[in-house]
Design a protein around this ligand. Sequence first.
Ligand code: AMP
Length: 208
Amino acid sequence: MRLIFLGPPGAGKGTQAKRVAAALGVPHISTGDMLRAQIAAGTALGRQADGVMKRGELVPDDLVVAILLDRIAADDAANGFILDGFPRNVRQAQILQADPDGRIDRVVLLVIDEEEVVRRISGRRCCPEGHIYHIDDQPPLKANLCDEDGELLVQRPDDAEDVVLNRLSVYHASTEPLIGFYGERIVEVDGSGSPDQITRHILEAVRA
Ligand code: AMP
């Protein structure tokens, strides 16, 4: 199964994409995570992406497309994958569609209102390995420490409120047109409710 997870920042794409990928036995592929890993490793690509990401803008297509196509060509993606955060605009979707590994079965659109987006993002905390928490909805067992690896939890620089508003306007202008692009392959899932409920709804929708 080859799936894309679509929705505004804070819709729960990362959390749900990980859960659904585990349930389906396919890799979770997040371009945001891959770019953050490049920044942490101090690579040339990471240096190019860093400032753009801190402002909440999109990294140039050519850079992101190159790492994404490379990743979906890997052996573990041969039987399917979940893309989280890619494509972010119609041009990326067209390039994906033209790639032999880029056939997409379904696009899961997580629907959520903007007030809830801001509440979720402002409370989001992450560890350097990418494990995600929320100070109210999903707090770690020990304050500020990751349950899985004990690392200190921090707020992503692009989760600051002014950057979130910019990311939302980038979403509306560049990413939302993908809903028209994917047409009948879109399955809408309510992104409010408990994480377990949402995972169940997504699995029902993609297996239907
Ligand atoms: P995410 O973790 O998906 O919220 O992505 C965080 C940031 O990484 C975005 O705000 C962009 O700056 C950058 N990014 C991630 N995926 C893409 C993409 N497909 N195209 C361009 N920029 C991206």
